[in-house]
Write a protein that binds this ligand. Sequence first.
Ligand code: AMP
Ligand code: MG
Length: 328
Amino acid sequence: MRKIAFILIAAFIASLLASCGTSSEYVTDSSFALDTLVSFKVAGQENASENIADCMNMIDRLDGVLSKTNRQSDISKLNASAEAVLTPEGYETLKLACRLSLDTDGAYDPTVGEIVGLWDITGNARVPRDDELARAMTHVGADKLIFDDVTNTVKKTDPETIVDLGGAGKGYVCQKAVELLASKGGYGVVSFGSSIGVFGAKPDGSCWNIAITDPSDPSSTIGYVTVPNGFISVSGDYERYAEIDGKRYCHIIDPATGRPVDNGVHSVVVWNGDGEAGDVISTALFVCGEDGVETLRGAGLEFEAMIISDAGTFMTDGMKKIYTEYGK
Ligand code: AMP
Ligand code: MG
């Protein structure tokens, strides 16, 4: 399963890089972190290779902070006890995730960890029993985490609450990577597959074209968005999924039901100015569909979005302006 996901993500990145042009002025490199292929494309810097290497080290460190499988990570420490003192980055990511959870009316909720574990879509997937799900649902709720900004301590009012930053972490780390590289000047792209950040101004003044994967055929693309800056975040049912008794289950859970989303949405593409928020928004819109756009904007979130579902393709007005569909 992980292998399939990896191949799909690699195909996606290949299409992304192809769409950005392959001019030799770019230094390119890639690594594996946060369970995904991370690729870099940087130009206009004297020491681009060294800067990318520094960036990879930072990403590895943040992976160690946010990972739910690494037992030394902030998230593992918090999941193993009723309270934990987090690193500044772990604290910042989780606190913003909880604030955004409120903005999404709980469609994105970083405390769905136990439910994610019960379904284990990316591992030994199974359909949990109703009583297991009902019990796990009682431990969900971003309001169960209390933040102390002075000591970076997070306390759980329900000790059994399990945190999972899988829907926000890549966006956060992508933003940190972009900030680090942008501080060295030049221009380029950092891609975590489902979170892509661009920085700097190209000498010819052109924008970045980011290819959009066809959710019904993830080895091909359906078009591209053209952006001057910011982050593109994608949540798709083709990214990670499992088939159980002939039925396909995606990796995104509806916190209201405790079950994988099954609302006809196949892919959400978001463009915004903040990596973690973009990651969260794409996950939340995957859960809510088109109706979520108004809720999220009503909460003050700024973004453009495309939602591809059984009902067709919905685009916000701003997305219509930046999206080009092949053949149109
Ligand atoms: P993404 O691919 O960014 O949409 O994030 C999906 C990942 O976030 C899953 O693999 C889970 O680890 C976690 N997750 C699933 N459903 C939710 C949800 N409703 N809210 C927050 N995190 C979720
Ligand atoms: Mg996400």
